[in-house]
Design a protein. Sequence first.
Length: 712
Amino acid sequence: MSERHASSAEIASPAQYAAPRVSVLLPLPLGGAYDYRVPDGMQLRPGDFVAVPLGAREAIGVVWDGAPGEVAEAKLKPVAEKLDAPPMTAELRRLIDWVAGYTLTPTGAVLKMAMSAPDALAPPRLATAWALSAAGRAALDGADLTATRRRMLEAARDAPPLAAKELARLGGAGVGVVQGLERLGYLEKVSVAPRASTELPDWRHPGVLLSPEQSDAANALVAAVERAEFSVTLLDGVTGSGKTEVYFQAIAAALAAGRQALVLLPEIALGVQWLDRFVRRFGGRPAEWHSDLSQAERRHTWRAVAEGKIPVVVGARSALFLPFPKLGLIVIDEEHDLSFKQEDGVIYHARDMGVVRASLSKLPVVLVSATPSLETMLNVEQGRYRRIHLPARHGAAQVPEVQVIDMRRQKLERQRFLAAPLVSALEATLAAGEQAMLFLNRRGYAPLTLCRHCGHRMQCPNCTAWLVEHRFIGKLQCHHCGHAEPLPEACPACGETASFAACGPGIERLAEEVVARFPGARLATVASDTLTGPRAVAELVRGVEEHTIDIVIGTQVMAKGHHFPLLTLVGVVDADLGLTGGDLRAAERTFQLLHQVAGRAGRAERPGVVYLQTYMPEHPVMKALVANDRDRFLAAEAEERRQHHWPPFGRLAALILSGPDDESVDFAARAFARSAPHLRGIEVLGPAPAPLAVLRGRHRRRFLVKAERGVN
């Protein structure tokens, strides 16, 4: 058995299907495939899933493209089994190779993302159902039955075999009645294939009436789908312009052509209202793909996608690697969002890899945003992407007014964080029976806890980060490694008791102030650690829609995608928060985030207003938000990056060395620096401590490799 390094860009010929040996790629961090002997009578082709011996165990892999190596026949181990599963498509195999090459990742590690539900490779398990027996049919014709039993047997007669709970619900009785009828022989157990739990989307289902501008945009997207060739379209529209309804038309066109559609969303919190809108448009639900699914749900969805039984999937970035056999459209909503970038394991950006998958599969991809990334806008300017613009909100809704509160001129009360103009606006909003949102992109109660006596700061033992107080659960937590501990009674440095002070606000502390100021207001605090799944998100959305919540206090999970007609006021506390830290994209990302936050206000007939509490009112981000002049801001940001050859006008890669011992890491970093290449158009900066110099107990040193755009 030997490793091979041939590229799977080579596509096997039909003659190779009966080859005596094959290359098998395993979902392990391996750079290439391994050769195996094909047993007599077994026919294999690229894409087939197989079980093969690997050392003392058995592993599942994929027959990969290209010619096997030249290992002696006697050294090859035989393929153990060909699995009864739809083969992996050539397009997905090419994507795996492409991502591995682009990200400098072992191909097997990328394959693992595409085999994220290995249980799905086994045939679907048969489910137990209950059906009317011949004796039951005879009993309906003449037996003396109670009304409940007769009703249950009639339900079984008129329906396909059903699970006990479903049949009991249909018959208007309990499961015990079903079991009793089985003991009498009137119902019998049968094995059936599991059925879809929801109605499938129907492209013929009537949608909402679109405005002329929306119709023109939708027609352009539909035409791209009907051409069935690679294209990239930016659907650029202000918040509330109806972009979702527009690209729904493109999904309908894909379904009408018998193709599948994939929609990527950056946050699970965006999904609840999106799913409701989808059901209203198509009369059925799409399949979901995200980390909160159970293993059974993942197994069923992966298999059904591979078999072409699921027409639409909405999911997080990992849904990009699902095994669609007839994909016809990819939609990437909120394409600018940082959540599309995976930072652990295989490091990739789902937006960019979505464009690559569309290119390899020769299908259209739609990028959707009210605040497109600078990279996307540059591609539009250079003619690589097409742009469709929706400049106005749908219907009578107007873009909200944005006002800046200069915090340098505000005198806040002690331990208060809301400026007087924002407090007055909250009073007026609540008096009018409307809703408000306070935005602070900081979880917990306070970002820093220190000793008043000696100044000791509570720091994570594993990371270069302060511990964040979460007063609601009574703990100090690190938001990087997950370390948590109770607030000590005495300072660990000086031993002083009752000396700790909370410095700065988190959303919990903001909620404390709002309760004190507005004791009758109904509050909800929302962050990634409080929205623990789709059910929690649904309850929050329902509470806001039904107006059982007056004020939402939230982090960035509330910044985008939500549509609440009565929400007319948005107040941003510490609007400058994202402008520090040295990130070259800090200004762009802060603008995107605050623009999305502002877009939650005034999305229906009632006008909205946004207040930004800032210590930097003269900053270009604040000026652009007040003037509602996104394009001028992006132009200025682009010019500054162009002058310094920063992305997207140059290339920049971070290389981080890490280890448990700081001296060893420093020694390795210095040795690495001495061996850095000196090539034209390439500059190596560093080493320097990484932004988080210690993370999860590992010391980190960073190099930045800067290159001109044309360097490959």
